[in-house]
Design a binder for this molecule. Structure first.
Ligand code: GAR
Length: 196
């Protein structure tokens, strides 16, 4: 008998364009070994919650770390995807999901990453430094912020007239929205295979 698809929870805090890319990838069959069964948000006003609800996915607004672990366990979650989740996970959650939590970061790790590097801020720092390429990284999450094993990276050139906003848009469109679904499928397939 073929194993069941990997049960995925996506953790969000904001607009949810990466969540949308995951939903679209599941619909189009790019993600075929996993299914998104839960979306948890650290922010009750996150537009990502509307995207999930519009696609018939169960949503939950988090009330702290204990609540997160409870939600993941009660839904039988096997893979956790951080898609613009702006809260650092507790050691407790990380310990329960070794090599089962992935994150998308909007820079080429080990540059412009770690504590305090999130969202638009990352692109401001890259422009301030004057690097000529940047991109995105999808990696496993461990106890070191942005320090887990890298799964995929993609680079783009920085243009002379880039602003933080224009750079963020290009990194999302050309890197994040491609790499995150691809990594979600890779890890989901590995988890599925481990159950066969
Ligand atoms: C994305 O650019 C994501 O890489 C970044 O926040 C944005 C969320 O956008 N995440 C981090 O900076 C984590 N360190 P979204 O809500 O539209 O997906």
């Amino acid at each position: 008998m073929k194993a069941e698809k990997t049960k995925i929870a996506v953790l969000v805090s904001g607009g949810g364009t990466n969540l949308q890319a995951l939903i679209d990838a599941e619909k189009s069959g790019i993600i075929k070994s996993g299914e998104i069964v839960l979306v948890c948000s650290s922010n009750p006003d996150a537009y990502a919650l509307t995207r999930a609800a519009d696609n018939g996915i169960e949503t939950h607004v988090l009330e702290g770390e204990d609540d997160l672990l409870k939600q993941l366990q009660s839904h039988g979650i096997e893979l956790v995807i951080l898609a613009g989740f702006m809260t650092i996970l507790s050691k407790e959650v990380i310990r329960h999901y070794p090599d089962r939590i992935i994150n998308v970061h909007p820079a080429l790790i080990p540059s412009f990453c770690g504590k305090g590097f999130y969202g638009l801020h990352v692109h401001e720092k890259a422009l301030e430094y004057g690097v000529k390429v940047t991109g995105a990284t999808v990696h496993f999450v461990n106890e070191i912020p942005d320090g887990g094993k890298i799964i995929y990276q993609k680079a783009i050139d920085i243009l002379d007239d880039d602003t933080p906003a224009s750079l963020q848009k290009r990194v999302m469109e050309n890197c994040e929205w491609i790499l995150l679904p691809k990594a979600a499928e890779k890890v989901s397939a590995e988890i599925m295979a481990s159950k066969e």
